[in-house]
Design a protein around this ligand. Structure first.
Ligand code: NAD
Ligand code: WQD
Length: 348
């Protein structure tokens, strides 16, 4: 049974991936300091899997604390590194906090991998590394030149990728950076999903909150874009598909004989508009959604979607779950949050 260290394991994507690693017989060491999550995730994970990971409440920006986890677990085979601050507006307001947190954590983990001879490393990157892409760049593949990111958050992901790549040149490390497009939805059971931050900014949780009557209004940001219905286009991908890709990535890295670094897009390859997302929610739930149409949101890219062929080739991975399944699971998770008393805010 391979021992896998998952950082950010109490968070949205980390918790789903922890479920998949436990279910496939791995031993998971879960690290999180609950900067943007709550330990309730571990209870939900154990309700789904029947077992809990080994849990460390550690700030990954603390070098000694990270070392201590590795010194107590000499047989870690891989690090799956989700932990980061992901809020774009927060990174603009507090850039040093973002860089200190995201990049110090990555440096500390790479140090520990070198010292304790851990050879497999999967990094959570983001389509935000591509910056403000133009229509001629679509669909975005891994060779699309990286532009200046629109935020310190995007820079922290570009930096993270570069730090890891540098290490693969001088140590036995085999690594990949998975560039997620827009992860959405919840565990298909509806029993594990993203805990809402104090202010939710993302499309799908806002749709489910509006439908549940938690927020008064929901606004489509812009209907005058140069797209098929005037709203922005994104590449939405079910969180369960994202989680499964990490199992494939671990298998892929184990199959490599030499140190290496690969960047791989995780997307569906299909662009979906905001209006189409609303329709998908209505179809999946049979519930009508009232919404307003407003101004463009500052900083939004008009359209971005992936070319996912490299993931198919290297990871033998492609998304399996549909947008209707995304919306069904998101709807069920919203009901679960309400039943847990976590409707609007995360646990204090
Ligand atoms: P999340 O905020 O739900 O999870 C991140 C977890 O990391 C949280 O539980 C947080 O408490 C933890 N964390 C942050 N800093 C830490 C530190 N210094 N020490 C210990 N734990 C720390 O976010 P998520 O949506 O699960 O995203 C996971 C990763 O995927 C992030 O790296 C994010 O940048 C990346 N990503 C997310 C999306 C998305 O839309 N969700 C898209 C692209 C990339
Ligand atoms: C999706 C679409 C909005 C809210 C963010 C990060 C990105 C990456 C993924 C981490 C956009 C529209 C939204 C609303 C709306 N994360 N929208 N009304 O901005 O594509 O990407 O998450 O790496 O870095 O920036 O995601 O869910 O906020 O927005 O019309 O109330 O929904 O304009 O077109 P985004 P999102």
């Amino acid at each position: 049974m391979a021992k896998i260290l998952i950082t950010g394991a109490a968070g949205y994507l980390g918790a789903q991936t922890t479920v998949d690693f436990i279910k496939t017989g791995h031993e998971v060491i879960a690290v999180d300091n609950y900067l943007n999550s709550d330990p309730v995730s571990y209870r939900l994970i154990s309700e789904i899997t029947g077992s809990k990971p080994v849990i460390y409440n550690v700030d990954l920006a603390d070098h000694d604390a990270v070392n201590s986890i590795f010194s107590k677990n000499r047989d870690i085979e891989a690090v799956i590194h989700f932990a980061a601050l992901k809020s774009v507006p927060e990174s603009v307001a507090k850039p040093l906090f973002c860089f200190q947190n995201n990049n110090a954590a990555t440096v500390n983990l790479l140090h520990a991998c070198e010292k304790y001879e851990v050879e497999h490393f999967v990094f959570s990157s983001s389509c935000s590394v591509y910056g403000d892409v133009s229509a001629k760049d679509l669909p975005v593949d891994e060779n699309t030149p990286l532009k200046t990111p629109a935020s310190p958050y995007g820079y922290s992901k570009q930096n993270g990728e570069y730090l890891i790549e540098c290490q693969t040149r001088v140590t036995p490390l085999k690594a990949c950076a998975l560039r997620y497009f827009n992860p959405v939805g919840a565990h298909p059971s509806g029993n594990l999903g993203e805990l809402p931050a104090k202010r939710v900014n993302n499309l799908v949780p806002l749709i489910t909150q509006k439908a549940a009557g938690i927020i008064d209004s929901f606004t489509v940001f812009g209907s005058d874009y140069n797209t098929r219905d005037g709203s922005c286009i994104r590449d939405y991908i079910h969180v369960s598909d994202i989680a499964r890709a990490h199992l494939n990535a671990f298998e892929f890295l184990k199959s490599r004989s030499e140190p290496s670094f690969e960047v791989i897009n995780l997307g569906s390859g299909k662009g979906v508009s905001v209006f189409e997302m609303i329709t998908a929610y209505e179809e999946a739930t049979g519930q009508h959604l009232d919404y307003l149409v407003g101004e463009r949101r500052a900083g939004d890219v008009e359209a971005i979607y992936s070319n996912p062929q490299k993931a198919l080739k290297l990871l033998n991975w492609k998304p399996e779950l549909s947008l209707l399944e995304v919306m069904e699971s998101a709807h069920k998770w919203q009901q679960k949050l309400i039943s847990l008393g976590l409707g609007k805010h995360k646990l204090g």
